[in-house]
Design a protein around this ligand. Structure first.
Ligand SMILES: *Cc1c(COP(=O)(O)O)cnc(C)c1O
Length: 400
């Protein structure tokens, strides 16, 4: 028998963090999170417009499909790396019906443990130390994080209101482009809720081809849109499939954020390289969840018809309300976020968010948390009821 003796000598263990971890940007939402927890535990009635996580449950049919898939013993083994064939086949059918694009389920589709997983892992396949990813600012944080964890660095590209929050490709220097490997885009956009036209996607495809870049389009909000607007696929424009991939997620589409399921489609070589990285790190999405994902894609259209009506009502309540109390806020065409400049005379989004939490008991997200160019703005999520939104506007009226 082994005898485990406590160490008697003085051990001064020092766990030095890797350079890549040290380089990760600080988590700017930390202070807000702390303050929020404190307010909640103090019994304050908090309205949380902070997180981008749908308040409603996944559709009943999807939960039933998962329960049924759980009963089948063959679903409890390690998943296949690429994903369950029937799920990939369903994604191909959905793409064809939704965007008119025919994809090969064997080579052009890969299941992901949520699209964040694929977005975060992708740079490991293409970025070497010294290489650069071109990242919009403000942005969804994993574009930066994934690149830095792969040893690369990021070049931030400001999204400005005067450009309708579209990238200005002309502003990127030749010396930056020489080292650039991946160009990230995201429309409908988080956090700005901006949308883009087909012409923008065409410019991106041409630009990526000219400079030998991979174009990675994050389409997490492609299904959350209003007033009859339907976001299109990047993969539809000429040349996009030579240079790019598109990330999708069931998280926002079917209220399945906790399930961790998404997928990436497009260029065969890029898909296969992401798959190679993944096969060395994870073992895929639980089969039962992929099978429930088939049902989710089957009923998505019906579910979204109702869900988008709900978000649209909330959007109207919030934006009309904010404008009625003197803010200048535009109605987004897509996503469940309202992105708006701070009301005058406020300048610091962190200070303003702190004030709104303390004085009004409302959690909002400071724009600067998504990148420097987000300063001067805040993001509010439409993930609470219209009654709560009404209440939020009434409370905001008193914050000066
Ligand atoms: C929510 C979100 C995702 C989706 O993440 P999952 O990992 O699929 O849950 C991807 N991109 C953006 C911009 C998001 O806001």
């Amino acid at each position: 028998m082994f005898e485990v003796k406590p160490r008697t000598c003085e051990v001064n263990m020092r766990f030095e963090l890797s350079e890549r971890l040290k380089k990760l940007p600080p988590y700017l939402f930390l202070e807000i999170d702390k303050a929020k927890r404190k307010a909640v535990s103090g019994g304050k009635d908090i309205i949380d417009l902070g997180i981008g996580d749908p308040d409603e449950s996944p559709p009943r049919e999807v939960i039933d499909a998962l329960c049924e898939a759980l009963q089948d013993s063959k679903n409890h083994h390690y998943p296949l790396d690429q994903g369950v064939p029937s799920f990939r086949k369903k994604i191909a059918e959905w793409y064809l019906a939704r965007f008119g694009i025919a994809l090969d389920p064997e080579k052009e589709i890969l299941a992901l443990i949520g699209s964040k997983e694929g977005i975060g892992h992708m740079p490991l396949a293409f970025v070497n130390p010294g290489d650069i990813s071109l990242v919009p600012d403000p942005c969804y944080p994993p574009y930066k994080g994934g690149t830095i964890l792969a040893g690369g660095s990021v070049h931030m590209m400001p999204l400005l209101e005067e450009n309708n929050f579209l990238l200005d490709l002309k502003k990127i220097r030749g010396s930056t482009l020489k080292k650039a490997r991946i160009l990230y885009i995201n429309y409908p956009n988080n956090p700005t809720s901006a949308v883009c036209e087909k012409g923008f996607f065409e410019d991106i495809a041409l630009f990526a081809k000219r400079y030998g870049l991979i174009a990675a389009h994050d389409a997490a909000y492609s299904e959350i849109a209003f007033d009859g607007y339907r976001p299109d696929s990047f993969l539809k424009v000429n040349g996009a499939r030579d240079v790019g991939v598109e990330f999708h997620s069931l998280s926002k589409t079917c209220n399945m954020t906790g399930w961790r399921i998404g997928f990436v489609c497009g260029n065969e070589k890029i898909i296969s390289a992401i798959g190679k990285v993944k096969s060395n790190i994870d073992s895929g999405v639980f089969n039962a969840i992929q099978i429930a994902g088939i049902t989710a894609l089957d009923i998505a259209e019906k579910h979204l018809k109702r869900m988008n009506t709900v978000y649209q009502e909330r959007r109207d309540e919030l934006v009309d309300g904010l404008n009625s109390i003197g803010w200048t806020t535009r109605k987004p065409k897509a996503t469940f976020y309202v992105w708006t400049a701070l009301p005058r005379p406020h300048k610091s989004s962190i200070k303003f968010a702190g004030r709104v939490l303390n004085e009004a008991g409302i959690v909002i997200t400071p724009g600067v948390g998504f990148g420097e160019s987000g300063e001067g703005y805040i993001r509010m999520a439409l993930t609470v009821s219209t009654e709560r939104i009404k209440e939020a506007v009434a409370r905001l009226k008193k914050v000066i």
